[in-house]
Design a protein around this ligand. Structure first.
Ligand code: TYD
Ligand code: ZN
Length: 404
């Protein structure tokens, strides 16, 4: 029987199966009981009624986003600047605004509000991340955002002039509750800005590793229209973003309050022309994904036979999908390098490759670096120039498998 759509309850038709997978941000300690790792089936489907592309099985949110959730939004300089820039833009021209961020993590976005003395509130279920944010003066309520919580924020602080969310709205299985909450909280002339992986970019780049437990919904302009409308909101602008391998920023407002930019109709037309939500295009993406697995496994197997030392770079959530889908363990990838203290000394989810700090990397320490954090390629390759200059090579698998 078909799964029912998380957004409209219509029938969901599966098109991509990435197999049994662990939670992508759950890094076990060495020697931890393997039976405690939570596995689920990672697969993507498309709703035949509303076209929303979505996971067909979603692990419980509280297992993914909890006190010790290790992801940090500020782990990249490029991303810190990205968030500071959008915050400056959203706060300009507003008199004494109140700003709410859903999924405030370590305060990468709200730090700008603090610096400018702007009233703000972050909402995030991770207590550890909230503590980092608090260190920068950011106020955080440790909770999941949903309609009831939005009403309590409204009662306590009044309406929000700006609601911002990055890589959060697409994580929530209950999109309806999030959007109704935003609509309740948002001032009459307020703006709701959210940015998430863009389905069109995932397809164009064959970025199959964007499919992880936390990315529950893959938005296109077409598929967010209905959910926004049902919450009394309207899409008024869209922007394509280069970050994280291709994202989209949606601007929404209360219906009828703000004239829509021509960019909305343009993107809808482009999606139609490219067939971004078409079942055939989604099936072709699944076929290319299988090709990437074959090519990557063949390359790494050959390098092992040649005695080359391969390490991974970036213990990303995305890398859980790659390593588990392709069966990459410590025999093919001896370690994964990552700057995040909460990941170092631990093992990659499911595949148990040791995570090491950047000090364990460099000229003479490895022959090949498999770039799991390909979305931060420029920043990482600039930082690790000494490795490349000493003859180290980088392996990419998005958009194609190749050695650079
Ligand atoms: P990211 O690609 O932002 O997200 P996700 O985990 O959702 O796939 O994760 C980047 C990871 O790469 C993060 O664990 C930090 C790490 N990283 C480095 O180790 N060095 C760097 O220079 C950068 C930019 C990131
Ligand atoms: Zn649907």
């Amino acid at each position: 029987m078909a799964k029912s759509c998380l957004v409209c309850t219509g029938p969901v038709v599966e098109f991509l199966d990435l197999g049994r997978q662990p939670l992508s941000d759950a890094f076990p300690a060495p020697g931890a009981d393997p039976a405690r790792e939570h596995f689920f089936r990672l697969a993507l489907g498309r709703c035949a009624d509303c076209a929303m592309v979505q996971l067909t099985e979603v692990p419980p949110a509280a297992r993914m986003f909890h006190r010790g959730y290790p992801y940090r939004s500020s782990g990249s300089t490029v991303m810190r600047e990205h968030f500071a820039r959008v915050a400056e833009r959203l706060l300009a021209d507003r008199v004494d605004p109140f700003v709410v961020e859903i999924g405030s993590n370590d305060g990468a976005f709200l730090r700008t509000a603090v610096e400018r003395g702007v009233r703000h509130l972050g909402i995030d279920p991770s207590g550890d991340a909230a503590r980092v944010a608090a260190g920068f003066g950011v106020r955080v309520r440790v909770a999941f955002f949903a309609e009831p919580l939005a009403r309590s924020v409204l009662a306590e602080h009044g309406p929000a002039d700006v609601v911002f969310a990055a890589n959060t709205v697409s994580h929530g299985p209950d999109l309806g509750s999030i959007l109704r909450g935003v609509a309740a909280l948002l001032a009459p002339d307020g703006v709701f800005v959210f940015e998430d992986p863009y389905l069109g970019a995932v397809l164009a780049n064959t970025a199959f590793d964007q499919v992880i437990d936390e990315h529950v919904l893959f938005f296109g302009a077409r598929s967010v229209l209905g959910p926004l409308r049902r919450a009394g909101l309207e899409l008024v602008d869209v922007e394509r973003l280069p970050v994280h391998g291709g994202q989209i920023r949606f601007w929404a407002a209360h219906a009828g309050r703000v004239p829509a930019s021509p960019a909305v109709a343009e993107l809808l037309a482009e999606e139609e022309a490219l067939g971004v939500h078409d079942p055939a295009r989604l099936r072709a993406f699944a076929a290319r994904t299988a090709d990437r697995r074959r090519a990557l496994v063949a390359l790494l197997t050959r390098l092992r036979a040649e005695g080359a030392r391969v390490v991974g770079y970036g213990a990303t959530a995305k890398s859980a999908t790659v390593t588990n889908y392709c069966g990459l363990g410590p025999d093919l990838v001896s370690a994964v390098i990552d700057t995040t203290p909460a990941k170092q000394g631990r093992l990659t989810p499911g595949t148990h490759i040791p995570v090491r700090p950047p000090e364990a990397f460099g000229p003479g320490r490895a022959d090949y670096a498999l770039l799991f954090a390909w979305n931060h390629a420029e920043e990482i390759m600039a930082k690790e120039r000494a490795f490349t200059e000493a003859g180290g090579r980088w392996i990419r698998y998005v958009p194609e498998v190749r050695v650079v």
